[in-house]
Design a binder for this molecule. Structure first.
Ligand code: FYN
Ligand code: ADP
Ligand code: MG
Length: 572
């Protein structure tokens, strides 16, 4: 197969790889691109902007990639990230792999070096076999070798990213292809937009009946929502299912707010009780992975348990434990089929269970509320987050980005969410560094203010990206929970070296903001924090609030200390 440019007769209008790629992306409904420019993709940014589209230019491809993946999650359209070759590609690949793990639709487009040199390993500029390196980390990895294939490649990437279980796709474009020309009218004919790229997947009627039967016979049913249910964007159907059945529900972290945390059937604060004592658990777009203790062990108690699982990915069923009633299909189709099958059904047993769950949930919330308003000499996670919660109550449609260990776990517990898809966090991999990229995408894609609550360690992974937020004037308030270390800030240092768990205690995140063109304020009390947050949201200006937290307040590994490994040998 020849890679040589087509011979085009003189006088014929020409197009090239750059233009065809942009035409194809536009035809597929892409308007925002996240990326970092350089050889050989620089022209993409300029040309995309010249067409009136938005190109968000980042400082590190990893953060651009996180932004693209979050754009995909929030909009149900693939988020697009563009990078340079080898090192840029590898930075972006981290985000592509994370998107795939989280089931977020994303397309990573990287320029690459010349095939004939790369394939003979002759040492090209940024030489790397990117296509094959990407392949195990995403749903599909495609290379475009001819300009007339750009259209089909983009359609294929879009359909692959969106259909079935969403995820990441890699598109490899060797440098020379960008400037390879062909006749413009032929090029135009080679492009199309996919028809119905994420088709509804209807569950089998027998599977619906089986699931409904199990639910009707349950005495203590529970609905467990995951971020797949939030992604599905069928919020009204989900709410109707909850209210028609009267079954208590509990959300995984990014499903918080899919049905409001204040809904009377919310059982988030009775989590241990409902996981342990329920007899039928209806999983809706949530995997029984490590975050759910693989569906077994003491998290799930000793009461016999049966699972209904709604998932679009057939082989997710039985991934860890027996699923009694699999419902393979998209969340909306499955939920509505179940609603039809359960119509008019209410059980007295279930009502008694629901009210005992509500009682536990309400009493736990009340206990927490008193901790949130207890003053301490130095702020801790409870009273600082309590202050943030009281401010955010008045801004239900603000998107919250959250990363860290203690900053993550405590904020998940304390900050209520009222609306769907208003929480983006470290996700399935527990990734530190998603903060600034996620905040950028959330602000861009929702057009609303964003608040990011970041541990000081987590913030450090993408701190320079804060300049991207100020450069685009994004209304993001970053609250850095500054306890001076990883987990805690009070670890003793060995005689010869500063502790490996600590940061420079003189770090001024507020001044970093000012240096990078934003607003900065340091706060020491919950009152100061509340005021700074309110001011920042009202001003719409990109701001860092440097919140001084008691260095002794954190715990090692947050609430997942059970996963931490410690040596028992040689400890005094
Ligand atoms: C929850 N809870 C509440 C509330 N919401 N109490 C009062 N008020 C409110 N609003 C209670 C809930 O009932 C639990 O108590 C407890 O708070 C914790 O709830 P959570 O966070 O939902 O549950 P848990 O057990 O921590 O959840 C497990 C998890 C979660 C693994 C799903 O921890 C998680 O998403 N972790 C991500 C961790 C991560 O990725 N970290 C990054 C790496 S850090 P009980 O009912 O008494 O149990 C590297 O070190
Ligand atoms: P959480 O971490 O919130 O528990 P997970 O990421 O583990 O959520 O699970 C999300 C699940 O949702 C995945 O198994 C994925 O296949 C599924 N999913 C994603 N989109 C849909 C959809 N539209 N319909 C059905 N299932 C979906
Ligand atoms: Mg810290």
């Amino acid at each position: 197969m020849s890679n040589a440019p087509a011979v085009v007769p003189e006088g014929v209008e020409l197009t090239d790889g750059f233009h065809l790629l942009m035409d194809a992306l536009e035809l597929n409904g892409i308007t925002n691109i996240y990326g970092l420019l350089g050889i050989p993709v620089t022209e993409i940014g300029r040309m995309w902007q010249a067409r009136g589209n938005k190109f968000y230019s980042f400082r590190n491809e990893q953060n651009a990639g996180y932004a693209a993946s979050v754009a995909g999650y929030l909009t149900k359209k693939p988020g697009v990230c563009v990078t340079v070759s080898a090192p840029g590609f590898l930075n972006g690949l981290t985000a592509l792999a994370n998107a795939t793990t989280n089931c977020f639709p994303m397309i990573l487009i990287s320029g690459s070096s010349e095939r004939e040199i790369v394939d003979l390993q002759q040492g090209d500029y940024e030489e790397m076999d990117q296509l094959n390196i990407a392949r195990p980390h995403c749903k599909a990895s495609y290379r475009i070798n001819r300009p007339e294939d750009i259209g089909v490649a983009v359609v294929r990437a879009v359909r692959t990213a969106l259909s079935g279980r969403p995820g990441g796709v890699y598109l490899d474009i060797p440098a020379r292809l960008f400037s390879t020309v062909m006749a413009a009218d032929e090029g135009k004919k080679s492009l199309w937009a996919p028809v119905d790229p994420a088709p509804a997947q209807i569950p089998a009627p027998s599977a619906v009946q089986r699931a409904a039967e199990l639910i009707k016979n349950a005495k203590k049913p529970l609905i467990l929502f995951g971020k797949g249910a939030a992604y599905a964007q069928c919020d009204a159907d989900i709410l109707a299912f909850v209210e028609e059945t009267g079954i208590p529900f509990t959300p995984m972290s990014m499903a918080k707010g899919l049905v409001s945390d204040l809904h009377p059937q919310c059982a988030a604060a009775a989590r241990s009780l409902v996981l342990q004592e329920s007899d039928v658990v209806i999983l809706v777009g949530a995997r029984l992975n490590w975050l759910l203790a693989h569906g077994k062990g003491k998290t799930w108690g000793v009461a016999p348990k049966k699972f209904v699982q709604i998932d679009i990915q057939a082989n997710e069923i039985d991934s860890n434990v027996k699923i009694e009633a699999p419902l393979v299909g998209d969340v909306q189709s499955c939920i509505n089929a179940l609603r039809a099958e359960l119509k008019g059904y209410k059980s007295a047993d279930q009502a008694a269970w629901a009210s005992s769950v509500a009682e536990k949930h309400n009493s736990t919330r009340a206990k927490l509320a008193s901790k949130l308003s207890t003053a301490t000499p130095v702020m801790n996670y409870h009273n600082s987050l309590g202050a943030i919660r009281d401010v955010l109550k008045n801004y239900p449609d603000i998107c919250l980005v959250n990363e860290g260990a203690n900053a993550l776990d405590n904020a998940r517990m304390v900050i209520d969410q009222y609306l769907p898809r208003k929480r983006v966090d470290t996700g399935t991999w527990g990734v530190m560094g998603i903060g600034m990229g996620s905040a950028a995408a959330a602000a861009v894609e929702t057009g609303k203010p964003v608040v990011a609550i970041c541990g000081d360690s987590a913030f450090g992974f993408s701190a320079m990206e804060y300049e991207t937020l100020t450069r685009y004037n994004l209304p993001v308030t970053v609250i850095v929970m500054n306890n001076g270390g990883i987990y805690r800030g009070d670890e003793a240092s060995p005689d010869h070296q500063f502790s490996c768990m600590l940061f420079n205690p003189n770090t001024r995140y507020d001044q970093l903001s000012i240096a990078l063109g934003g607003e900065g304020v340091r706060v020491n009390t919950p009152e100061e924090l509340a005021k700074a947050l309110e001011d920042s949201i009202k001003s719409g200006k990109t701001t860092i609030i440097d919140a001084i937290i008691d260095p002794a307040a954190g715990v090692e590994s947050g609430r997942i200390g059970n996963l931490n490994i410690v040596s028992t040998i040689g400890k005094k």
